[in-house]
Design a protein around this ligand. Structure first.
Ligand code: CAO
Length: 462
């Protein structure tokens, strides 16, 4: 018996790297080459293996500690009779796993399970975004009930560990199907699918929905995600998704899967309002504040939320949370993805103030400088593609909100006035709403009222 120090071996340029996983504890028996900790720099992660077999007597590091070559990891009792020694962990450290995709090529069907990485710069989703994604998902889907962790340490490459961490998957509960039981990307994806299916089933049961007949999941017969070797068909390259896209993708997917969406389309005649807007901008050219149609829509949304309060609500179990404040989010397109900054207390602000705040928030969004406070607390969102084009679309509700207004590019259309066709500037509206909270008739009324405000903005003061 001998007590040896196991140290971090030569890990090249990696200096002061954070420990993101501690894979052993005091009392564990480890084999030589078995991974002890995982460290991660901003570019890659790697596992630090044990130099010897033995029993862990004392851990000298903890999660989050920073280590470099030569840092003491743990004290190991070896059975090989070696004298008390200082042993750098095995020199053959697994090659760093750069933040490249895991080897298997199957794309991930963006699961709505939590990404455990904290979302310091939240994205889509108003209240939801500011919270870590885990908390967001937990608010909607029942928490995953841990299964029995496998007794053995999970074997997985650093890239798979990173992948699992991003999805919040506890590797100890994943059964490996790879060589010698190694966990593959496919195993992690399957785990997510199983949890998702179970969670959705629970949601359905909670809502007392009839169970899917004769199935062991909510989606009987659902085919697995296609696994394609794209390189077989032509040259390809792989790109990491931006952090914003990953977080917003998970939120959008959850919202799309969980919320029973319906979208009503309508048109608003904005001929006079557009003329007024152009006139306003001419008069205020020197102010530096440009009034956009979106500012009028934010005011119209406030008035419509006041008239139809169920649109200014959130579901909380069997209760509706009715809000007496009016914070309106607007979707902003940025080079890194979609974000939804929020104009707070829009009911207390005028068109100029809203226009100014919107332009400041849109700039902050494009510069990647929005903070959580800029994106939280929204009651209702507007997604405007008016500056780009298109006719109608089906926007995804920004949970925990219950409705979202999508608008596209206005165009001159012939409208019959009873005697002749008149050229009118028509704005296409697409209102998506949560059918658990809102009925179709209310949605149609909301759209008609919203359109009537834009058609004659004097109605806003009635
Ligand atoms: N019809 C016709 N023209 C419109 C219009 C509409 N509905 N809305 C805006 N425009 C015009 C503006 O008047 C402006 O024209 P000028 O430059 O001649 O004045 C031009 O389009 C550009 O407007 P804008 O997009 O800069 O301003 P905005 O206030 O309409 O929108 C913002 C601001 C931040 C919402 C927008 O830039 C943006 O990011 N939109 C994309 C939102 C998005 O991605 N939604 C999809 C979400 S689902 O994936």
């Amino acid at each position: 018996m001998a007590l040896i120090e196991v140290k971090v071996p030569d890990i090249g340029d990696f200096d002061e790297v954070a420990i993101i996983e501690v894979l052993v504890k005091a009392g564990d028996t480890v084999k030589a080459e078995q991974s002890l900790i995982t460290v991660e720099s901003d570019k890659a992660s790697m596992e630090i293996p044990s130099s010897h077999a033995g029993v862990v007597k004392e851990l000298r590091v903890a999660l989050g500690d920073k280590v470099s070559t030569g840092s003491l990891v743990l004290m190991l009792e070896t059975a090989d009779g070696a004298a008390v020694a200082s042993a750098a962990a095995a020199t053959a450290v697994a090659a760093p796993a750069a933040s490249a995709p895991a080897p298997e090529t199957a794309p991930v069907a963006a699961p709505a399970v939590p990404a455990s990485a904290p979302a310091s710069a939240p994205v889509v989703d108003t209240a939801a975004v500011a919270a870590p994604a885990a908390a967001v998902a937990a608010a909607v889907l029942p928490a995953h009930q841990p299964g029995t962790p496998s007794a053995a340490l999970p074997h997985a490459s650093p890239s798979i560990r990173k992948f699992a961490r991003e999805l919040g998957v506890p590797l100890a509960e994943v059964k490996g199907s790879g060589f010698k039981g190694r966990i593959t990307q496919h195993d992690v994806q399957n785990f997510v699918r199983t949890v998702m299916t179970g969670s959705l089933q629970t949601v359905a049961q909670q809502a007392k929905a009839p169970a899917a007949a004769g199935s062991d999941g909510a989606f009987p017969g659902l085919l697995p995600w296609p696994k394609v070797d794209f390189a077989k068909f032509g040259p390809i390259e792989r790109k990491d998704m931006s952090r914003i896209k990953k977080i917003s993708g998970a939120n959008l997917h959850r919202n799309w899967v969980v919320i029973p969406h319906v979208t009503n389309h309508d048109d608003a005649d904005i001929t006079e309002l557009e003329a007024f807007r152009v006139q306003l901008n001419k008069e205020n050219e020197k102010s530096g504040v440009k009034v956009t149609m979106l500012a009028f829509m934010i005011k119209a949304a406030v008035a419509a939320l006041k008239k139809f309060p169920e649109f200014n609500a959130s579901l909380d179990g069997d209760q509706l949370v009715m809000k007496n404040y009016f914070h309106i989010g607007f979707a902003a397109d940025t080079p890194n993805g979609l974000v939804v900054p929020v104009i707070k207390d829009a009911d207390q602000k005028g068109i100029f103030q809203i226009s100014q705040e919107m332009s400041e928030l849109a700039k902050k969004a494009r510069d990647g400088k929005l903070g959580p406070a800029d994106m939280t607390g929204g009651c209702f969102s507007i997604s405007s593609l008016g500056g780009i084009g298109g006719k109608y679309f089906t926007p995804i509700i920004n949970a925990p909100e219950v409705a979202i207004m999508g608008v596209c590019k206005s165009t001159i259309e012939p409208k019959w006035d009873g005697q002749a066709f008149q050229p009118r500037l028509m704005l296409p509206l697409s209102l998506s709403w949560d059918h658990r909270v809102i009925d179709g008739a209310s949605a149609a009324r909301f759209n008609v009222y919203f359109a009537s405000l834009l058609a004659d903005f004097r109605r806003i003061v009635l």
